[in-house]
Design a protein around this ligand. Structure first.
Ligand SMILES: Cc1cc2nc3c(=O)[nH]c(=O)nc-3n(C[C@H](O)[C@H](O)[C@H](O)COP(=O)(O)OP(=O)(O)OC[C@H]3O[C@@H](n4cnc5c(N)ncnc54)[C@H](O)[C@@H]3O)c2cc1C
Ligand code: FES
Length: 347
């Protein structure tokens, strides 16, 4: 199907394959369409159908909450064109950076399936070819028998790789997380599309990093720390990580974080906050170089934010209530400019 989007300055045209979401088709064709979650919850990919027939896909998508059916408003990340279509996209169509990467569809195989805690597991998706992604980006994944794609941030980083490493937290009643926890999924095929997302790290920006993660929000921040470590970014730049989990038993990746800190001991600080149970005496003794505390991660991290945030990018990743609880005080109290904050809200 041919999709046409008219803007004042330019008309964009691209082909969508049968059954392909309009957003994914446009991004795959190199059109920098607006989006955030790419999975139906945020509403950023809003468009209006001027001509053509659309299958809207997920009718209850939260991103459509205030949309007007009479105006044929749709979410491009959910709908599929049934005929050639002409759309209006109200948001700006613009690239984030010159080195934005063009996403594509791949069929991968699950490997290295491993439980990290009672409700977090990791696995890798092996792709048939090498691809490139920016640290902090995500892919959307689709598995058999579960309607729709889900977004997951890569944990690993390499300039080019055929391996995507993910962690997934079990979400009560969640369809994809149930599927992945149900049994060892090693060797299962999985459909993926990406890379996507703008909460990315670019060493050429030459910035310090202030990072706050809730639970599986640590995924993309691990990738950023890994990239920074590989290019010795932390020889001259600071990174402060605040990572919140519920109890000491829910903690994972402490060994990997320790290894990165050990390489740049003066410029990296790792702070882990437990929200439900206090740290153990051994943890408080601090032998592993990590600072442990008891409380909500956003409340522990906020007092450490420097006013104005000059020279620092603030990365936020995790449950939407945590990210929302941070954005307002960062902007209003700490006077961090909008371009100093990059976030991923995990619906
Ligand atoms: C940018 C980003 C990065 C993320 N990274 C991670 C990560 O690294 N690790 C992690 O554990 N979680 C991550 N998440 C959250 C993850 O995408 C899922 O929301 C979470 O795993 C729960 O999925 P579920 O299928 O178990 O739950 P469900 O409640 O079944 O589904 C949750 C999400 O799936 C989509 N969905 C649900 N039903 C439909 C439908 N009928 N049709 C189409 N779509 C539907 C929606 O986006 C919904 O919010 C991330 C989210 C975002 C936005
Ligand atoms: S990008 Fe489509 S709803 Fe978020």
């Amino acid at each position: 199907m041919l999709i046409e989007i008219e803007k004042k300055s330019q008309t964009y045209r691209f082909e969508a394959a049968e059954g392909e979401k309009i957003l994914y088709a446009g991004l795959r064709a190199g059109v920098p369409l607006p989006f955030e979650c790419a999975t139906g919850t945020c509403g950023s990919c809003k468009a209006r159908v001027n001509e053509g027939d659309i299958n809207e896909g997920w009718l209850e998508a939260p991103g459509k909450e205030n949309f007007k059916a009479a105006k044929r408003e749709i979410l491009m990340c959910q709908c599929v064109a049934q005929t050639n279509c002409n759309l209006t996209v109200p948001s700006k169509i613009k690239a984030f950076r010159e080195d934005d990467l063009i996403p594509d569809h791949h069929l991968g195989t699950i490997t290295q399936y491993e439980k990290l805690t009672k409700d977090v597991l990791r696995f890798e998706v092996k792709l048939p070819e090498e691809i490139t992604f920016h640290a902090g980006q995500f892919f959307v994944l689709q598995v058999p028998g579960v309607e729709g794609f889900r977004a997951y941030s890569m944990v690993n980083y390499a300039p080019s790789s055929n391996k995507l490493e993910f962690i997934i937290k079990q979400f009560p009643g969640g369809k994809l997380s149930d599927w992945v926890f149900e049994s060892d999924r090693s060797n299962d095929e999985i459909e993926v599309f990406g890379p996507l997302g703008r909460a990315t790290f670019h060493p050429d920006e030459s910035m310090d990093l202030f990072m706050i993660a809730g639970g599986s929000g640590i995924a993309g921040l691990m990738s950023i720390l890994e990239h920074g470590s590989q290019v010795n970014h932390f020889k001259n730049h600071r990174a402060s990580l605040y990572f919140g989990v519920r109890t000491p038993q829910d903690m994972f990746f402490a060994d990997r974080l320790q290894a990165i800190k050990a390489k740049f001991p003066n410029n990296i600080s790792i702070n882990i906050a437990f929200s439900i149970e206090p740290p153990t005496e051994e943890q408080l003794a601090g032998a592993d170089g990590i600072n442990y505390s008891f409380g909500m991660v956003h409340e522990i991290a906020l007092p450490a934010v420097e006013e104005g945030g000059e020279g620092t990018i603030h990365y936020l990743a995790g449950p939407a209530p945590m990210v929302d609880a941070l954005i307002r005080p960062l902007v209003l109290d700490s006077k961090i400019p909008a371009d100093g904050i990059r976030y991923d809200k995990f619906n």
